[in-house]
Design a protein around this ligand. Structure first.
Ligand code: PBG
Length: 329
């Protein structure tokens, strides 16, 4: 037997040439890993740049259709849609969330009509629709759990009826996955998937997203009474276990880069389809540093995305989906 140490073993041998590095690469990134995060807004022919997310614009529905066609040609399987809502359209009861003609529902119908082979994921949570920017209903400064879940079930059914394939509750209320599963089944949507934002942390990295959907000036306080404490890891396992027991088809960890240990633990513990959301702040950090000439933006993008795969994610929700897929081609 040869000695398994230097000098008979030289790990640099495998790294010496590009062809060899490609042959031994463990984690692979491909367009089919992505759900492309897209922010919608009202209007026609509108691409409204989001200042805190350079390169990302709010898209009117016709522009989102173009994005869906691009996704199809790039091999990206699905889009994850999020709505911008002006303060004047928000209310305490988030009633716009239940309107079958709201922006999300109109977008789903139009995109499904134009590009039926693209999967569509809908965020379920009330924050785009509340006048206080929280994901649930609020009374006396408290976010109500069970009352909120009732509304989320209705929202999920409205979205499924509009054509969304994946319902993705991002609100972190207790018990919502089971309630939504029962609600979808009762409404005849037993084949609509649920991807649970199962381990979702109260994160500063959501900052640019709140700009993007019009929640920034609106949100009162923070979301720490329902989103998870960044210090916790065992609690993520409990969250994921509950959501699986309640009927989640797939689970998500969010954000991604600061929570790669959670992605790994969740994948190892449950062997479920596991997704990670590379959130707005993760995107913005790389873009901003690249714009300043401080890092190579392309390489940082790919490195961050590969690290999420390496950690155990089966797929990634990302604003970079199209840019990264073009780069990979
Ligand atoms: C809210 C929601 C958030 C995101 C997706 N759905 C933000 C939040 O919880 O405040 C974040 C997405 C991102 O930062 O890219 N239900």
């Amino acid at each position: 037997m040869t000695d398994q140490s230097y000098p008979s073993t030289r790990l640099r041998r495998l790294r010496a040439e590009d062809w060899s590095r490609r042959l031994v690469a463990e984690a692979r990134l491909a367009p089919c890993d992505f759900l492309w995060a897209i922010v919608l807004r009202d209007g026609d022919g509108v691409r409204e740049p989001i200042p805190s997310m350079p390169g990302v614009a709010r898209l009117s529905i016709d522009e989102a259709v173009k994005a869906a066609k691009e996704a199809k040609s790039l091999g990206i399987p699905a889009l994850a849609l999020f709505p911008f809502t002006a303060l004047s359209d928000r209310s305490g009861d988030a009633r716009l969330a239940l309107d079958p003609d709201n922006l999300m529902c109109r977008a789903a119908r139009t995109i499904k009509d134009a590009v039926p082979e693209i999967g569509l994921m809908a965020d379920v949570a009330l924050d785009p629709y509340t006048d206080h920017g929280h994901d649930g209903l609020m009374r006396d400064g408290k976010i109500l759990n069970d009352e909120t879940v009732k509304v989320l079930v209705e929202q999920a059914v409205v979205e499924a009826r509009a054509g969304f394939d994946i319902i993705a509750p991002s609100d972190m209320m207790d018990g919502r996955i089971g309630a939504i599963r029962r609600g979808l089944d009762a409404a005849g949507f037993e084949n609509t998937q649920i991807m649970s934002y199962a381990a979702k942390y109260a994160s500063a990295f959501y900052g640019p997203y709140r700009d993007a959907i019009g929640s920034s000036g609106v949100l009162k306080g923070d979301k720490r009474t329902y989103q998870m404490d960044p210090a916790n890891s065992d609690e993520a396992i409990r969250e994921v276990a509950l959501d699986i027991a309640e009927g989640a088809d797939s689970v998500m960890v969010k954000p991604a880069l600061a929570y790669l240990d959670i992605v790994r633990r969740v994948k190892d513990a449950f062997r479920m389809p596991t997704f990670a959301f590379q959130v707005s702040g993760e995107y913005a950090m790389i873009k901003a540093a690249a714009q300043n000439g401080w890092i190579d933006g392309d390489r940082a993008m790919i490195e961050a995305l590969v690290s999420i795969k390496r950690a155990g994610a089966d797929g990634i929700i990302s604003y970079y989906a199209a840019e990264a897929s073009r780069r990979l081609a």
